[in-house]
Design a protein around this ligand. Structure first.
Ligand code: SAM
Length: 416
């Protein structure tokens, strides 16, 4: 057993300590705590430990709300008071910009939630059969051990209710390899979309779920079949309405998504004359919400289904100045002859490819708004823009995922 001091927190929310110079990662700890640790993994440059005893406890430590917290891999900050979580996330962003981008910049205070629980409007449960009974839950962090979970404190109550129905009738499910169930809530209909993936629901279960569901899908061997209800689920966001399919990306925290959209509009500073590019547009969340303030908006996304829904969403919202192209941003933009005054980018965690950054620079927009869920790739990419005559105006973290270590950021850049 080692006695170590927690000096820092890494981007996965694990405490960082040093043992004879070597870094040790210890989950569920807080900076300043003196802890007794058992080493469970010892690599050349780092070790991993499990917390055995807290010798000196942080004043920010609280009782975790969820009974599964120390077992389930979903959350990593429930042992910290919320104010601590938010200031920690801000510091992590600040340090990441310095470390990766060499950017010394005052990061704004993180935009948190009043009630940082029951916010998620989507869940994917994993299923395995063990000793003739079916477990339904989440995988423990860095393992293939499935933790059976009855309730999740991050989910909207209706998602827990629907999950409870499925659990009660779990014997009605025929499961296969890599079975899972996705459930998504609509704030417009107060109903859910359910997708059974590689598992088949029996007739009684389907009947029971039909009272709460707007659509029920079955996905098997790559093909998708509608078993019950209507194809799309409508979601209200900003001033607009969106139709979503089961595989469309949509932010999982509707309350914080409203704040995000508001900020994007504010940063774009539109007067009605601008041409805007919305790169990685999904079902058009930003495009449609800013269309009335702009002259023209073009959205690009590689997911064809999302683009089809984005087009339907323009019709639904009576928007006439938005166009959408299905394809990869990297290939589409380089072949476009259009100039854009504003560009929004909201890429997946990997961030922007160098060639795409070059295409953006050649378009020369006055304002770039970069939305990211990965501070490391964000800092790397922002550095490139700064080196190419863009001024960093704001780094605004927003808590899209309270109780977890994930951090969303919105960055504003202006052409010098
Ligand atoms: C973080 S989501 C953003 C969606 C949207 N902006 C929103 O807020 O709902 C990232 C999106 O990028 C798309 N995507 C991933 N790689 C892409 C690429 N190379 N080119 C275009 N779109 C891509 C995904 O389909 C997904 O819709």
């Amino acid at each position: 057993m080692l006695n170590l001091l927690i000096e820092n927190i890494n981007h996965d929310g694990e405490g960082i300590a040093r043992n004879k110079g070597k870094v040790v990662f210890i989950p569920f700890t807080i900076v300043g705590e003196q802890v007794n640790v058992e080493i469970v993994e010892d690599k050349k440059y780092y070790s991993r430990g499990i917390l055995k005893e807290i010798v000196t406890k942080s004043s920010h430590r609280i009782e975790a709300k969820c009974p599964y917290y120390y077992n389930c891999g979903g959350c990593s900050y429930q042992h910290m008071a919320y104010e601590m979580q938010t200031s920690l996330k801000q510091k992590i962003v600040q340090n990441t910009f310095k470390r990766i981008g060499g950017i010394d910049f005052e990061v704004k205070e993180l935009i948190g939630m009043q009630k940082p629980w029951n916010y998620r409007n989507k869940v994917t449960w994993h299923l395995v059969e063990e000793q003739k009974s079916i477990k339904m839950g989440f995988y423990r962090m860095r393992s293939n051990i499935l933790i059976d979970i009855q309730q999740c404190t991050l989910l909207k109550p209706v998602l827990n209710e629907v999950s409870h129905i499925i659990r009660e009738m779990i014997h009605e499910l025929k499961i296969g390899e890599k079975s899972s169930i996705m459930i998504r809530h609509s704030n417009d209909l107060n109903k859910v979309m359910i997708e059974f993936i590689n598992c088949i629901p029996g007739k009684n279960l389907l009947k029971k779920l039909s009272g709460k569901a707007h659509s029920i899908y079955l996905q098997q061997r790559g093909s998708l079949k509608l078993l019950f209800g209507e194809k799309g689920l409508t979601q209200r966001t900003g001033h607009s309405m969106f139709i979503l399919g089961p595989h469309d990306f949509f932010q999982i925290n509707p309350e914080q998504n409203e704040k995000l959209i508001h900020l994007v509009r504010q940063y774009l500073d539109l007067s009605g004359t601008e041409k805007v590019l919305d790169a990685y547009c999904g079902v058009g969340t930003f495009s449609i919400n800013i269309a009335r303030d702009a002259f023209r908006v073009l959205g690009i996304d590689s997911n064809l289904q999302a683009i089809n829904n984005a087009i339907n969403n323009t019709l639904l919202n009576n928007i006439k100045n938005c166009q959408f192209i299905a394809g990869s941003c990297e290939h589409v933009l380089v072949n476009l002859k259009t100039r854009f005054n504003r560009i929004i980018v909201d890429p997946p965690r990997a961030g922007l490819k160098e060639a795409f950054i070059r295409s953006i620079l050649s378009v020369c927009p006055k304002i770039i708004v970069y939305i990211s869920c990965n501070p490391s790739t964000l800092a790397r990419d922002i550095k490139q823009f700064i080196l190419n005559d863009y001024k960093l105006i704001d780094i605004q973290p927003l808590d899209m995922f309270p109780q977890t270590s994930n951090i969303e950021n919105i960055v504003l850049l202006q052409k010098i």
